[in-house]
Design a protein around this ligand. Structure first.
Ligand code: PAF
Length: 282
């Protein structure tokens, strides 16, 4: 049975006698199989699984993106129930940000490039809400999807710097059979845009394969991703990146662990995806 909680006080009371370890799955709802995979993993690793469902206004740098974000409480609760989540926190905005709330958690260098540059303020919003969730839940582990690879790095840095004892666990991206990464935003794609959207994966795989065949010029890989994306009429690429896998600084030569990543617009819908290449030992 999933217990639904709305206030900070209810959440704290429910957690007081919850069996440990506790696993946390923070979400913004409109749950899909990617979230459900995180919940299954959390459930396998922990005695208590907590999910949070909160569309966080502070991480949307474009107001219309916040208002059009898909929401369905009934659908989300059914998914939590099916995955055996013990506690779901579904707070109103004022429970997360009570009157007088006046703190922003701002992570440094790792939050600046890529999504940080494309969406000013986004990672401040993410780091702030996740710090609140980590503080409230006091989980042993928290689970995030690797589709948002930079988000995982930002949250790890935040937890390390603020001495928060929650282990950040990154889980593999879940994909549709045609390669499109699952995302709550996919619901906004028209049928034509949905048919075109696997081009993100094709671009990443093309670059990964070219790298595996020996290409080490980052520009050559960036060009290949860009050309693959622009060959798709409905795709408007925002950036392609071949970055150091630890710092996210753009590379000239792929001589270390690296992250291929991209952001692409289909009309008003913005999708991201990534693929790690290389190894820590180079
Ligand atoms: O990845 C998300 O859904 C959100 O950024 C998160 C981590 C739940 C914070 O609002």
């Amino acid at each position: 049975m999933t217990t639904v909680l709305r206030t900070r006080a209810e959440l704290r009371a429910a957690l007081a006698d919850a069996p440990r370890p506790v696993g946390l799955v923070p979400t913004m709802g409109w749950l899909h199989d990617g979230h459900r995979a995180l919940m299954r993993r959390a459930r396998g690793d922990n005695a208590t699984t907590v999910a949070t469902i909160f569309v966080n206004p502070r991480q949307f740098n474009v107001a219309t993106d916040y208002t059009r974000y898909p929401r369905s409480e009934a659908r989300d609760l059914a998914a939590c129930e099916a995955e055996g989540v013990d506690l779901v926190w579904l707070p109103p905005v004022e429970e997360v940000y009570p009157a007088g709330f006046d703190t922003t958690v701002s992570v440094g260098a790792i939050a600046r490039p890529l999504e940080g540059a494309a969406r000013p303020g986004h990672f401040d919003g993410v780091a702030t809400v996740v710090a609140i969730l980590f503080g409230l839940v006091g989980a042993d582990r928290a689970y995030f999807g690797q589709k948002d690879a930079q988000q995982v790095m930002v949250i790890r840095q935040m937890a390390r710097d603020l001495a928060i004892g929650t282990e950040v666990v990154a889980c593999p991206t879940v994909r549709e059979p045609d390669g499109l990464a699952l995302s709550s935003r996919n619901v906004h794609l028209t049928p034509e845009q949905r048919a075109a959207a696997p081009v993100l994966r094709r671009a990443l795989v093309a670059a990964r394969d070219r790298w595996a065949a020996g290409e080490r010029s980052a520009d050559a890989l960036r060009d290949l991703m860009w050309e693959t994306l622009t060959a798709e009429r409905l795709a408007n690429p925002e950036y392609v990146s071949v970055a150091d896998g630890e710092t996210l600084g753009e590379l000239q030569t792929v001589d270390r662990q690296a992250l291929l990543s991209l952001a692409v617009r289909f009309g008003a819908t913005r999708l991201i995806d990534n693929e790690p290449i290389g190894s820590r030992t180079g």
